[in-house]
Design a binder for this molecule. Structure first.
Ligand SMILES: [Zn+2]
Length: 356
C-alpha cells in the first residue's frame, strides 16, 4: 500500500544532528502515529499502556495457556495492550513497516537557523526550526488488518491530527493525495468493528493519558484581505524578510495565537497554566495545545488546532480556543469562521471516526 502525502505545514521528524532534519525519518512518523492511536484506542474503550513505563511485554507461555478464542484477547492475556499489539512491545514485533519512498520534500528555508517570533510583550518569543515541505510517498507493508488500521489512522491524522514531532508548534499538517484510490481498502473495515474487538473497559478515562474523549479540535477558515496580510501581524515585524519567501505556502502563526490565548485571555482560576501551555520559547515542556501554521486551501486559508483538556477547567478553556473573534483579532482579519469537533463519549467519537 502506498500513500502519497503533501505537507500543508512543515514536517519535523528529527534527524541525526539535533535541530536539523536531513530527510524524513520513519521513526518520527511512527512516534506520532502511535500517540494518536493510543488516544483513539483509549477513547474507544480499548487498552493502551503508558508508553513511558514500557509495561507491555509478550509472554509466550501465557499466550499458549490462554483459553480465549479470539486472537486479540489471547494477545491481551499474553500481556499486550491493544496499541502494542499493532505497534509492538518487548518480545512482540510491530505488525507493519513504513518506508519513505520518493521523498520530494525540502527544508522550508536554507540553513538551520530557527525563525524567532516575538509576539508583543515577549522578550525571547518562540523559536521555529525550518521543517520540510513538499510531497513524499509512504509505503506500508503488513498483514491486511494491520494495514487497514494504519490507513484509517492516517485518515484521522489528515483530518484532525498531525504527523511527526512538534505538533504544539504547528508542524505536521498533511493532505493525502491518493485517498480516493486507497480508501476502497477500508470498505469492509470500520472503527465501530475495531472498537467492538477492543472490548469494553468502560472505566473512566485516565486523566494522565491522552484520551480523545477529553480533546477538542477546531478548524478556522478565513479570507485574507490581501497577499501581505501576514506581514501586519503584531510580532512579525522582525521576520518579514525571512517569512516572505514562503508566505504564500504557509505562515507561522502559532506563537501569536498562543500568546494571545495565554497572556491576554487566560484566567488563573482555569488551573495549571504552565502544564497546559508548556514553556514559552523552548517547547521543552510539552504543552497540551497544538495549533497549526496557516495554509491556503480552496476558498481561503485555514488554521487548525487541538487541545487536550485535562488538568484545566475544560469549558472556559474550550470557549477560549474555539472563539473565532480572538483569532480574527490576533491575525488582523475579519469574518473568519470556526468549525469544532469535541467528542465526549465513545459513541460520539465513533460517529466522528466513521465519517472521516
Ligand atoms: Zn502496551
Amino acid at each position: 500500500m502506498e500513500l502519497t502525502i503533501s505537507t500543508l505545514t512543515p514536517l519535523w521528524t528529527g534527524g541525526v544532528e539535533p535541530g536539523k532534519v536531513d530527510r524524513i525519518h520513519e521513526t518520527g512518523i511512527l512516534g506520532s502515529l502511535r500517540w494518536w492511536y493510543e488516544a483513539i484506542v483509549r477513547g474507544l474503550g480499548g487498552t493502551a499502556c503508558d508508553p513511558s513505563k514500557g509495561e507491555c511485554r509478550f509472554d509466550a507461555e501465557k499466550y499458549q495457556k490462554s483459553t480465549a478464542t479470539d486472537e486479540r484477547q489471547r494477545l491481551r492475556d499474553a500481556g499486550l495492550c491493544d496499541v502494542c499489539q499493532l505497534f509492538g512491545a518487548t518480545g512482540w514485533r510491530r505488525r507493519f513497516r513504513l518506508e519513505v519512498v520518493n521523498d520530494q520534500t525540502a527544508p522550508l528555508w536554507a540553513g538551520n537557523q530557527p525563525l524567532n517570533i516575538r509576539p508583543p510583550g515577549r522578550n525571547r518569543g518562540w523559536f521555529l526550526p525550518p521543517g520540510r515541505m513538499g510531497t513524499f510517498t509512504l509505503r506500508i507493508h503488513g498483514d491486511a488488518t494491520s494495514v487497514k488500521h494504519l490507513l484509517a489512522l492516517f485518515r484521522f491524522v489528515e483530518r484532525w491530527g498531525s504527523l511527526g514531532a512538534k505538533p504544539q508548534l504547528g508542524y505536521g499538517v498533511i493532505a493525502i493525495q491518493n485517498w480516493d484510490a486507497v480508501k476502497n481498502n477500508l470498505n469492509d473495515w470500520s472503527w465501530r468493528q475495531a472498537a467492538q474487538s477492543f472490548g469494553n473497559n468502560s472505566s473512566a478515562p485516565n486523566a494522565d493519558l491522552p484520551d480523545l474523549r477529553r480533546f477538542g479540535f477546531f478548524r478556522y477558515r478565513f479570507q485574507p484581505p490581501d497577499k501581505a496580510w501576514w506581514s501586519r501581524i503584531g510580532g512579525f515585524e522582525r521576520v518579514v524578510a525571512q517569512v516572505r519567501p514562503f508566505a504564500a505556502r504557509t505562515v507561522p502563526v502559532p506563537p501569536v495565537l498562543k500568546n494571545a490565548w495565554r497572556f491576554q485571555h487566560w484566567q488563573p482560576s482555569w488551573e495549571d497554566e504552565h502544564t497546559f501551555w508548556g514553556r514559552v520559547a523552548t517547547d521543552r515542556i510539552r504543552g497540551k495545545v497544538a495549533v497549526s501554521w496557516a495554509y491556503p486551501r480552496t476558498n481561503g486559508w485555514e488554521i487548525r488546532g487541538s487541545a487536550w483538556l485535562s488538568g484545566v477547567e475544560p469549558e472556559p478553556v474550550w470557549q477560549l480556543l474555539s472563539n473565532a473573534a480572538i483569532v480574527n483579532q490576533t491575525l488582523g482579519v475579519t469574518g473568519g469562521t470556526m468549525d469544532t469537533m469535541r467528542p465526549q463519549t465513545t459513541d460520539q467519537l465513533l460517529n466522528v471516526l466513521e465519517n472521516l
